[in-house]
Ligand binder design. Sequence first.
Ligand code: ATP
Length: 233
Amino acid sequence: AERVDVVAVTGLTKRYGRRTVVDGVDLHLARGSITGLIGPNGAGKTTIMAMLLGLVRPTSGRGTVLGHDLSRPGDYLSRVGALIEGPAFFGNLSGRDNLHYFARLGGHNRGVIPEVLELVGLQGREGDPYRSYSLGMKQRLGIGAALLGDPELVVLDEPTNGVDPAGMRDIRAMVRRIAAQGRTVLISSHLLAELEHVCDRVVVLDQGGLRYSGALQDLPGSRAEVILLRGLD
Ligand code: ATP
């Protein structure tokens, strides 16, 4: 049987007035894979994610998400989980109680909460107030909230931003566990080095354009070094 990618879009483009912020990007995400969307600030990472999530309407481009037309996000969004910015949680409530609130809000089965807490590595700390969490733990709780609906596609916009190295390791381990369950992960960062050991593939963007797409090990060494050490400038 033909394998159908969870995300299969071509020529994804967004213009604001005369400014092109995403320029003809192709994106193919295989089921269960982890893809890093890498690029400096302003490269267009958030805009690409927002187009997949139906928050921004593409100027042009076509394709499917979970088998449904990209132009009809209402048909697939219930199967997608997203962390766009640090979500708003109640500081005085525990991580677990915050998840209870979001599960109720989203109409999700609250029985999944213990499993989600384990998946995001917050077991043992779930009873502590949210305000006592490190930034990395806060991000993982946000990702936990995105997992409550058992999504097949998980979109994470810069979850490692500002997180210390230990917190980053925890986020990477969590992303691996999420993908090992067969979920497809798209994760962005402005630093390839943060994601290089967790991604199956990387999509490198600069000023809206695609600069490289594929496995990191297929990148010519000198080029990989430039991107890893100095970015694209
Ligand atoms: P960051 O890491 O800063 O979030 P990014 O790679 O996610 O960067 P985007 O947020 O997608 O980049 O923004 C890409 C470019 O598009 C930026 O230059 C931004 O100013 C511009 N842009 C985004 N939204 C709009 C909008 N609504 N109107 C005009 N320009 C916009």
